[in-house]
Design a protein around this ligand. Structure first.
Ligand code: AHR
Length: 815
C-alpha cells in the first residue's frame, strides 16, 4: 500500500510542476477556524488572495484533554527554527499549559508536549503578545482568520495537497465493504473460482507459538458483575459518587435497599474494618423483620443444589445483639438461608455455606437482624463454590471456559486504559490489588464505574495458570492516560520525578519479585506464598505503557522503567508501546524509541475497517526483521454501527493469516475488548457478550477460537493462484480477497491450513496433496450475519484432490 501512495505522490508532483504556471514561492498562513478541527493552511501569491490548502483538512490537531471534542486548539503559532524545522505552539483553553510540537515538512508532526507557565493569565499574555507581533488578518473562503504568515516554496503546497490526496485515496480503499460486493463483483455472479494453493514445506520458518492470547480489561463490567464470580454488588459500600459522575443513584448505598417498617441504612466511616475500606453500612432496625437487601449485579443467579459461601463483617452498635438471619429470595420465594451468630461490639467476620434449594435468576440477598438496634455491616460476600477450577474467590466457570476454548497462549491485564487510568490518582497500582480482599483498594475506573479489585493481580496470575497461558501484566509507564479528564490538567500527567517516581519504579520491580521470587528471601514473594502460591508464577513478560502519547513526560519515565527492569531482570521480555494507531506521531516516535533503545517488543493497537485489513495485507511484510518484535495488543475490525458480523470476523481471519506469515516478528496478538455485559457496555464490538446466565460469543470469537485452536510454531509459505473456471487470471481486486497460511505445531505434529475467502463466490481448492484424514472447520455466512457458528471439524470431502469452500468463509484444515 505504501508503495502505491509513494508512486502516486511522485507522479502528481511531476505533473503539477511540468504543466502548471506556478510561482516558485508563495505566502503561507496557518490558522484555526474551529478549535476541534486542528491546524489549517492557506497560501497566496500576493498576500491578499488566499486559497485554502487541502480544503482546510488538517495534518495536526490538539492531543490535549479527554477523548473527542475535549481536545481543542486555539491561536496556533508557527515559527521556523534554525535548521528549517517548523515549530507549532497553540493555546489549549483556560489552562496554565500550552502545546508545542515540531515538524520537518508541515505534514508529519512529533508528539505534543505541554509546557507549564506560572498561571493561565501568563499563557494568555504570551499568546496576546505573539498575536500582536506576528498575526495578520486574512480572508480565506470568505471568512476572516488571524494567523502567522510565512514564505514557502510552492512545491511545499503541492506536496501537502498530494499527501492529502493520497490519504483520501487510501481512505477510499479502506472503506471497501463486503456488503457492496453485489455491485463490485457483479461479473463473478454464477461463476466458480478456482484456487490453486501450494504449501512450500521445503521453506519452513520459525514463528511465535503465542500468536493468540487474551486481552482482559475491566471495561463493560468485565470484572465485577462479570468474570469475577462475586454475586453481591457494592459488597463493601465503597461505591463512590466520583466513580460515576453521571449516574444520579450511584453512591455508597448503591444496590442496597431496606425493607421493613422504619428501617434505615446509614453510611458511616468511623472505625472501619480496614483503612482501605473506609465506609460501611449501618442498619437501624426499629422493628424485627427489617432487612437489608442487595440486588446483586442485575439480580443474583442461583442454581439448585449448588453451594454458596456467605461471609460478612458485623458489629453491634446499639441495642441488644441478636443472630443475623441471611436469606436468599426471589420475589416471595426463599431459595436458601442461614443464620449467623450475634455480632459483638467489635468487628467480626462470620461465614456460612448456603445450599440453594431452587433455581433463581433474579434473587436478592437479605440480611435480617433478629433484634432491634443498629448493626454495622461490611464486606458482605456471596460466592459460588462452583467457580472455574473451583478456586476460592475465583471466576465464573462458564465464562472462563469460553476463554479456555480460545486456547490462549497468554493473558494481558489489567488493561487497556484501566492500566494507566484517568488521571495520576487513578493509575492501577498492582500492590493495591493483592492481599486479603478487605485490605485491597477499590477505585473508580476510567470507564466510569467502580472496580472492587477482588479480581486482582493474584487472581489474574492464577487464572493464567488455570488457562495454561503466560501472564502479561501491563503497568503504566509512570504516566496516566493521555485522554484523562482529570489530573495533570486533563492530560497525560507524569508521576513526579524524585521520590514518588523512584517508589513507582520499585513497585514495578517488586511485581517481578512477587511473581517469581523465593519466599524464603523475598518479602514480596512471601506475600504470594501467603496468598496460597508458594511456587513462582514464572513471569516472563511485562508490558510498560498502554498506547500512550509519546511526549517528553512519557519518554523520560518509560525509558527509566525499561532500564530498571532490564538491569535487574534481563530475562524478562519488556513490551513497550507505540501509541493508539498504526501510523501517526506516536506510532513513529514509539517505534523510533523501540529501535534506538532495543526494546524487546512493542504493543501496537488498531481498530480499523474491514477494508483496511483487505488493503494492508503486506503491513508486516515490510517490517524490519531485526527490530523489536510486535505484540498486536488491541485489534478488531470496526464497521459503522460497531457490530461483530461475518464481515468483521472474516477481515480478522484474513489478517490473522498475514500475522502468521509474519510470525517471525509478530509474537503475540489479542482481539480487544474481550468481554461485555449486556446493558453495561462502554465499547462495541467486544469478543464475548454475556449476562448473568448466558454467554453470547460473537462471530469474531468464532474466528479467534478457530485460530487459537490451530496455532503452530513453524510457518510453511503458502501461495494461492486464483483464476476463473476457464483458468483466466482474476483481477487484483478479486485476488486480494483471499488469504491463506499454513503452520505446523512441532509438539503435536499437526499442520493447519487457514483459508479466508472474502469473496461472494465459493472456491474450488486444488493443488494440495492432502491426506484422506484431513478435517475441515468452517465459519461462513452473509457479510451482515451476526449469528453464524463454526462447524464441528468434519472429514474433508475431496474429489480428485479438489474440495470446495463456501463464499464468505473462514476455514481451518487440519492434517
Ligand atoms: O479496548 C478498549 C480501549 O481501547 C482500551 O482500554 C484502550 O487501550 C484503547 O483505547
Amino acid at each position: 500500500m505504501k508503495k502505491i501512495v509513494f508512486v502516486l505522490i511522485s507522479l502528481f508532483s511531476a505533473f503539477d510542476s511540468m504543466w502548471s504556471n506556478v510561482p516558485d514561492s508563495v505566502y503561507l498562513v496557518v490558522y484555526n477556524a474551529n478549535p476541534s478541527q486542528g491546524l489549517m493552511f492557506a497560501y497566496s501569491a500576493d498576500c491578499s488572495n488566499w486559497s485554502s490548502i487541502c480544503d482546510e483538512a488538517s495534518f495536526v490537531g490538539s492531543d490535549y484533554g479527554p477523548w473527542g471534542a475535549g481536545k481543542k486548539m486555539y491561536r496556533p503559532v508557527l515559527t521556523r527554527q534554525s535548521g528549517g524545522l517548523w515549530q507549532l505552539e497553540f493555546q489549549l483553553g483556560r489552562f496554565n499549559q500550552y502545546a508545542r510540537t515540531t515538524s520537518p515538512d508541515l505534514i508529519h508532526w512529533k508528539p505534543q508536549d505541554y509546557p507549564f507557565m506560572e498561571s493561565r493569565e501568563a499563557v494568555d499574555q504570551r499568546f496576546d503578545e505573539i498575536d500582536k507581533a506576528l498575526f495578520k488578518t486574512v480572508m480565506v473562503n470568505g471568512v476572516e482568520h488571524r494567523g502567522c504568515v510565512y514564505r514557502i516554496p510552492y512545491a511545499q503546497v503541492e506536496m501537502m495537497e498530494n499527501v492529502k490526496l493520497a490519504a483520501a485515496m487510501r481512505a477510499q480503499c479502506d472503506a471497501e465493504r463486503l456488503t457492496d460486493d453485489h455491485t463490485r463483483f457483479s461479473e463473478l455472479k454464477d461463476k466458480t473460482l478456482q484456487a490453486q494453493i501450494k504449501i512450500h514445506a521445503d521453506a519452513p520458518k520459525n514463528i511465535s507459538d503465542k500468536l493468540i492470547g487474551i486481552f482482559f480489561e475491566d471495561i463493560n463490567y468485565s470484572a465485577d458483575g462479570g468474570l469475577y464470580a462475586e454475586l453481591v454488588q457494592n459488597r463493601d459500600f465503597e461505591y463512590n459518587e466520583t466513580d460515576r459522575a453521571r449516574e444520579p443513584k450511584w453512591g455508597h448505598d448503591y444496590a442496597w435497599t431496606v425493607s421493613g417498617d422504619g428501617g434505615t441504612l446509614r453510611i458511616e466511616d468511623a472505625d472501619p474494618i480496614h483503612p482501605n475500606q473506609k465506609y460501611y453500612g449501618v442498619l437501624d432496625v426499629q422493628k424485627v423483620g427489617t432487612s437489608l437487601e442487595n440486588s446483586g449485579f442485575d439480580g443474583i443467579v442461583l442454581r439448585k443444589g449448588e453451594r454458596y459461601d456467605l461471609s460478612l463483617f458485623a458489629r453491634q452498635l446499639t441495642g441488644k445483639a441478636g443472630k443475623l438471619r441471611v436469606v436468599l429470595r426471589e420475589d416471595e420465594c426463599i431459595v436458601g438461608h442461614t443464620t449467623l451468630s450475634a455480632p459483638t461490639d467489635k468487628w467480626k467476620q462470620s461465614k456460612a455455606v448456603i445450599t440453594v434449594t431452587a433455581d433463581a435468576s433474579h434473587a436478592c440477598l437479605c440480611i435480617e437482624p433478629t433484634t432491634t438496634g443498629s448493626v454495622a455491616l461490611d464486606f458482605v460476600s456471596l460466592f459460588p463454590q462452583n467457580t472455574f477450577k473451583h478456586r476460592k474467590n475465583g471466576v465464573r466457570a462458564d465464562l472462563a471456559q469460553v476463554l479456555a476454548d480460545l486456547h490462549p497462549r497468554f493473558m494481558r491485564f489489567p488493561g487497556g486504559c484501566v492500566a494507566h487510568g484517568n488521571g495520576l490518582d487513578n493509575i492501577y497500582h498492582w500492590k493495591e490489588s493483592i492481599g486479603p480482599l478487605w485490605e485491597r483498594k477499590g477505585q473508580g475506573n476510567i470507564w466510569h464505574y467502580h472496580q472492587s479489585r477482588g479480581l486482582g493481580y493474584y487472581e489474574f496470575f492464577q487464572l493464567c495458570e488455570d488457562l495454561g497461558c503466560e501472564p502479561l501484566p501491563v503497568v503504566a509507564a509512570g504516566v496516566c492516560c493521555q485522554n484523562s479528564g482529570v489530573g495533570g490538567n486533563g492530560q497525560q500527567g507524569g508521576i513526579p520525578l524524585g521520590a514518588a517516581f523512584d517508589q513507582y519504579v520499585q513497585d514495578v520491580l517488586d511485581l517481578i519479585e512477587w511473581a517469581n521470587g523465593d519466599p524464603k528471601t523475598s518479602v514480596w514473594a512471601r506475600k504470594r506464598a501467603e496468598a496460597g502460591h508458594p511456587k513462582p508464577f514464572n513471569l516472563k513478560y511485562i508490558g510498560i505503557g498502554n498506547e500512550d502519547l509519546i511526549g517528553d513526560v512519557f519518554t523520560e519515565r518509560y525509558l527509566a522503567l525499561i532500564k530498571a527492569v532490564k538491569s535487574k531482570y534481563p530475562d524478562i521480555t519488556v513490551c513497550g508501546t507505540t501509541g493508539p494507531f498504526f501510523e501517526g506521531s506516536d506510532y513513529e516516535e514509539g517505534w523510533r524509541l523501540a529501535k534506538q533503545h532495543h526494546i524487546d517488543m512493542v504493543d501496537e493497537h488498531y481498530y480499523v475497517s474491514p477494508g483496511w485489513y483487505i488493503h494492508h495485507q503486506d503491513f508486516y511484510d515490510q517490517y524490519d526483521r531485526k527490530a523489536s518484535k510486535v505484540y498486536l495488543g488491541e485489534w478488531a475490525a470496526h464497521i459503522p454501527g460497531r457490530r461483530s458480523t461475518i464481515e468483521t470476523a472474516l477481515a480478522c481471519g484474513m489478517h490473522f493469516c498475514n500475522l502468521e506469515r509474519n510470525g517471525d516478528i509478530v509474537s503475540m496478538s489479542s482481539y480487544a475488548p474481550l468481554l461485555a455485559k449486556h446493558g453495561h457496555t462502554q465499547w462495541n464490538p467486544d469478543l464475548i457478550y454475556f449476562d448473568n446466565e448466558h454467554i453470547y460469543p460473537t462471530v469474531d470469537y468464532e474466528v479467534q477460537r478457530m485460530c487459537g485452536q490451530s496455532q503452530g510454531d513453524t510457518y510453511l509459505p503458502t501461495s494461492i493462484f486464483l483464476s476463473t473456471d476457464d483458468w483466466k487470471p482474476v483481477s487484483a481486486d478479486v485476488q486480494r480477497r483471499i488469504a491463506a497460511s499454513t503452520v505446523r505445531d512441532s509438539q503435536t505434529g499437526k499442520t493447519y491450513l487457514k483459508i479466508a475467502n472474502l469473496l461472494p463466490q465459493p472456491l474450488n481448492i486444488s493443488g494440495l496433496n492432502l491426506p484422506a484424514t484431513a478435517h475441515i472447520t468452517t465459519l461462513s455466512g452473509t457479510p451482515e450475519d451476526r449469528e453464524a457458528h463454526a462447524t464441528a471439524p468434519t472429514q474433508l470431502q475431496m474429489t480428485n484432490g479438489v474440495f470446495q469452500i463456501p463464499a464468505y468463509s473462514f476455514n481451518v484444515i487440519e492434517f
